[in-house]
Design a protein around this ligand. Structure first.
Ligand code: AGP
Length: 605
């Protein structure tokens, strides 16, 4: 979480560049933001609570506040500015907890992404040495730790020493009042350097699209590496090996995906509607690549499929698909739970990671654990330049395009499509799998029309004020019931829970009272009879049954029709729930694109 953007160069509008860069990174956190700007050995800091997208930079505003960009006289002088968009971990959403953080005399200033796990211990040590703290954050402790080392060491050496003491994951960028250096370090959280066209100009950011308007030349900072930008040049240092290293500039072929809302009021609904096209793109996945991964699965001694949140639910669906289509057992784990499986890993195991962003810390950590055992890593990602894609042995891109809304929609169905194809390929039926998905994409195209949205809106209006709702499914639609609950929770803030239909009678059915909405996902598969009985059990206790199904059944009080797509039913069943979640968010006056407390990319454990 948290977005970092920094600029080093001669552009006179450095703070403006940083503010605009941060706007591109807002998906990583949007509760507060701040920038620091260095000019003539003075550092100016400006912080605000709220979303940076609501802010337009205004020179006069900066002159009258804590940053004065009017002070810069010499157009050739190097300008340095660092910035941060925050997703709170340590300390509430306040101006003092917003980054950049600094030492009392604003000598050392830094922005940080990650979690400094042993910060309390280090803070207590520094307090004894006379350091005073003004925020609740772990980041402020890093600034003071560096300052403590600076009493006896250079700025650069102090950062090297501080990095040895920080336990946990981090990416930070630091500046010092009397130093010309811009220093960055990374362990576990992403940090990428953009090399400007003039080569004496640099950008340091959490993600490439933030600096893509200026350059497509990038240097990926890897874990335990540090970069030092000074006098228009960049150097690198390996913090583990304790020596200078060389790094390559890579020219990337990435268009700036300027996701615009166009005619849509929000990105979430735009991305839901884009599934008409994105599924087609997933169906066209490179067959050779799919076959290659299918062969890896066939020969592996145990395959683990790993993801978090929505991607985790997709992995759970994968477990069912492989069982039903490929008659193959694969093991699902959430990224955060994967360490419990490490005892079963060997160098013949295979790991398949599913992630939209490719930056989710829990999944990246699972990869680290697997790599230590020599496991081969396949990743199914949307962001092809992500850390996950770079550290995997094989990458299957889902090609869903930039997904901006925090709630994942189009990436989810594309991930499901790729797993469906893999399961078919494992059974020697890749063409059959592709045909199924092409037919499904066509039917989704027909389904996603204003009439369909209007019909779901009737339901949304009816249930918008309920306190709780439940979703039930069986087989491959059980994880979809869990995913439906995540969608509803994320944007509508209604208490929603998903259950395996057969589990209700073992406890959760006690939650049902008169008119409790229960969504039943009823596919035309071998679970149909049982899930209909489960819906009937709920109805008998007063529940209001919303059926998502190709056919209307007597037990339904409200029927949402979906096409009959066989093994692809998880793909079609989640779409009306995505629409319903969006509509509930709008009716309840929530921001569906940036819901409270969340961030698009979860880069902390
Ligand atoms: C999706 O709606 C959620 N915002 C969240 O659960 C997400 O799927 C999860 O954090 C994993 O993200 P990833 O796909 O980028 O790894």
């Amino acid at each position: 979480m948290c977005g970092i953007f920094s600029y080093y160069g001669k552009k006179h509008n450095a703070p403006e560049i940083v503010v605009e860069g941060l706007k591109c990174l807002e998906y990583r956190g949007y509760d507060s933001w701040g920038i620091a700007y260095k000019s003539n050995d003075k550092i100016f800091i400006h912080k605000k609570v709220g979303k940076i997208s609501d802010y337009t930079i205004n020179k006069d505003h900066f002159r009258s506040s804590e940053i004065s960009i009017g002070e810069v006289e010499d157009p050739n002088e190097i300008k340095i500015s660092i910035g941060h968009s925050r997703w709170a971990t340590h300390g509430g959403v306040t101006k003092s907890n917003a980054h950049p953080h600094f030492t009392e005399d604003k000598d050392i200033v830094l922005v940080h992404n990650g979690i400094f796990e042993n910060y309390l211990e280090v803070k207590a040590f520094l307090q004894k040495k006379g350091h005073n703290f003004h925020s609740d954050t772990d980041t402020e402790v890093i600034a003071h730790l560096i300052a403590e080392h600076c009493k006896t060491h250079s700025f650069e050496d102090s950062i090297k020493l501080a990095c040895k003491e920080i336990e946990g994951r981090y990416a930070f960028v630091a500046i010092k009042k009397d130093s010309k250096q811009l220093i960055s370090a990374r362990k576990g959280s992403p940090l990428i350097i953009g090399v400007g066209k003039n080569e004496d100009e640099y950008y340091v950011a959490s993600d490439i699209p933030a600096f893509l308007p200026y350059t497509n030349k990038v240097i990926y900072l890897d874990d335990n590496q540090m970069s030092i930008i000074e006098d228009g040049k960049i150097r690198f240092y390996d913090l583990e090996k304790g020596k200078d290293i060389e790094k390559r500039i890579i020219e990337i072929d990435l268009d700036i995906e300027h996701a615009e809302k166009g005619e849509f009021p929000h990105f979430m609904i735009k991305e839901i509607m884009e599934q008409k096209d994105t599924l087609h793109r997933a169906c066209n996945a490179n067959s050779e690549l799919i076959e290659q991964v299918a062969n890896e699965i066939k020969k592996a001694f145990g395959t683990y499929i790993v993801g978090c949140g929505t991607a985790g639910k997709v992995c759970m669906v994968g477990e069912y698909l492989f069982s039903a289509i490929a008659k193959k057992h694969i093991n699902f784990s959430f990224g955060s739970e994967f360490s419990c499986h490490k005892h079963f890993l060997t160098d013949k195991s295979l790991m398949i990671c599913v992630s939209q962003s490719g930056e989710t810390a829990d999944t990246l950590e699972a990869i680290e654990i697997a790599k230590e055992k020599g496991v081969k890593i396949v990743s199914i990602v949307n962001v092809e330049s992500s850390t996950m894609a770079r550290i995997s042995d094989i990458v299957i891109p889902i090609k869903a395009g930039l997904e901006k809304a925090v709630a994942s929609t189009k990436a989810t169905t594309s991930q499901l499509a790729i797993l469906t194809l893999l399961a078919y390929a494992c059974n020697g039926g890749i063409h059959e799998g592709k045909q199924l998905l092409i037919d499904t994409a066509g039917q989704i195209n027909d389904m996603l029309n204003p009439r369909y949205e209007g019909y779901i809106m009737e339901l949304a209006k009816r249930i918008k004020d309920v306190e709780s709702m439940y979703i039930i499914g069986r087989g491959s639609n059980y994880p979809i019931a869990l995913e439906a609950a995540i969608k509803l929770q994320e944007v509508s803030y209604i208490h929603a829970e998903g259950f395996a239909g057969g589990e209700l009678k073992h406890g959760p059915i006690a939650l049902i009272s008169e008119n409790t909405p229960v969504i039943a996902l009823v596919a035309n598969d071998e679970c149909k009879k049982e899930i209909l009985s489960n819906a009937m059990e709920v109805k008998s206790r007063g529940g209001y049954i919303i059926g998502v199904s190709p056919d209307n059944h007597e037990v339904f009080d409200y029927w949402i029709k979906v096409p009959d797509t066989g093994d692809a039913s998880p793909i079609v069943n989640i779409i009306p729930i995505q629409i319903l979640s969006y509509q509930l968010a709008v009716l309840r006056k929530n921001d569906p694109d940036q819901p409270r407390n969340l961030a698009k990319s979860v880069t902390v454990k």
